[in-house]
Design a protein around this ligand. Structure first.
Ligand SMILES: [Ca+2]
Ligand SMILES: [Ca+2]
Length: 344
């Protein structure tokens, strides 16, 4: 089943729900305009598109454009007042996640109504800064809860379960579904994978991320965040490769857990917790998610940096390994931990 193609069916499924995620006002809060938005535009003609806000050189300066790169440069104040360059028009944010601009395009005034893509933040990856080597430990089989998200309203569709296969190569992570469809992205840091595949490729700073890929005929943006070595959340934003005005957008959320989770403290992924893992944590001390060698599996408190606290957590949990064989210490220690330790 090619589930990413059949957008009309998804739309009918979610039509009855009413969860709005982006309608809360944030009086007094500074605006951070960066990120990916769903734009419903009208004027000379109408349509919908993914629309992005990316910082450019200069104070409060941004590029506002569709994912191919066509659009405007503008100044956006911290209060959310938008002034498009060249006297083309202006607009404003009504809250951190919603804005309207009214550009005059060749004598016709359009209205762009933009809402931030549901569940995304200003940090949604739109430009690849520095690809990192993939963490090969993240490969394997993962159970996923797949849900559609209405890109305009944020309505979340019913969950369905599927088995995903994750593979790594070079700087990339590939997520393949049971039908063989895949999303391939690039490690931005030790816990985040960024995806961007636009056809035809735009030029310059908005170009598709090198090595991002997809094997079905949609444009794609996406983000995977590994919460720990056993769990990730991913968002994929798709857009049909159709002329402006007839493009259709879709959005999916993956909430996934490893089929065979690493036991707590298993840093090398051999499903055994022993002093080898403790040594690996020690070797990682001081590394954070921006370091190429950062291993998510060693970050036992999931704070993005390997510290003595991670070692302490390892020692607390795996007390048998470091303090001997006190009988009390065995309480609560899993069998697959005790067995190799006793064997030693
Ligand atoms: Ca291990
Ligand atoms: Ca940590």
């Amino acid at each position: 089943m090619n589930q990413y193609y059949f957008f009309p069916a998804f739309r009918s499924v979610v039509a009855g729900c009413c969860v709005f995620l982006c309608s809360i006002a944030f009086a007094g809060e500074n605006i951070d305009p960066r990120g990916i938005f769903f734009n419903r535009f009208s004027g000379g003609f109408s349509g919908t598109e993914w629309f992005q806000t990316i910082p450019v050189a200069g104070e409060n300066r941004y590029s506002l454009n569709d994912i191919f790169g066509g659009g405007f440069t503008a100044t956006i104040t911290l209060e959310g007042v938008i002034t498009l360059d060249g006297g083309v028009g202006n607009g404003s944010f009504s809250d951190p996640d919603n804005y309207v601009i009214t550009p005059d395009l060749g004598g016709t005034v359009f209205t762009f109504v933009n809402n931030r893509a549901p569940l995304t933040s200003p940090n949604f990856p739109l430009q690849l800064s520095s690809p990192r080597p993939a963490n090969t430990l993240l490969a394997g089989n993962w159970n996923n809860v797949l849900q559609t998200i209405n890109p305009e309203t944020g309505v979340i569709g019913p969950p369905s379960n599927e088995l995903l296969t994750l593979t790594t190569a070079g700087n990339t992570l590939r997520i393949t579904d049971p039908g063989g469809l895949f999303f391939q992205g690039v490690f931005e840091n030790g816990v985040q994978v960024a995806y961007r595949r636009i056809v035809p490729d735009p030029t310059g700073v908005f170009a598709s991320f090198p090595d991002s890929d997809i094997n079905f005929a949609q444009d794609m943006l996406g983000e995977t965040m590994f919460l720990n070595v056993n769990e990730f959340v991913a968002f994929f934003l798709l857009q049909s490769r159709a002329p402006l005005g007839s493009q259709v957008q879709q959005m999916f959320r993956f909430t996934a857990a490893r089929v065979n989770p690493f036991p707590f403290g298993d840093v090398n992924g051999d499903q055994v917790v022993n002093l080898d893992d403790r040594l690996l944590i020690e070797m990682q001390l001081g590394l954070d998610i921006e370091d190429d060698n950062f291993n998510l599996a060693a970050d036992l408190d999931s704070d993005g940096v390997i510290t003595t606290n991670d070692l302490a957590l390892f020692d607390d949990e795996e007390v048998i390994l470091v303090t001997g064989f006190e009988e009390e210490a065995l309480l609560g220690v899993s069998a697959n931990l005790v067995a190799p330790a006793m064997a030693g």
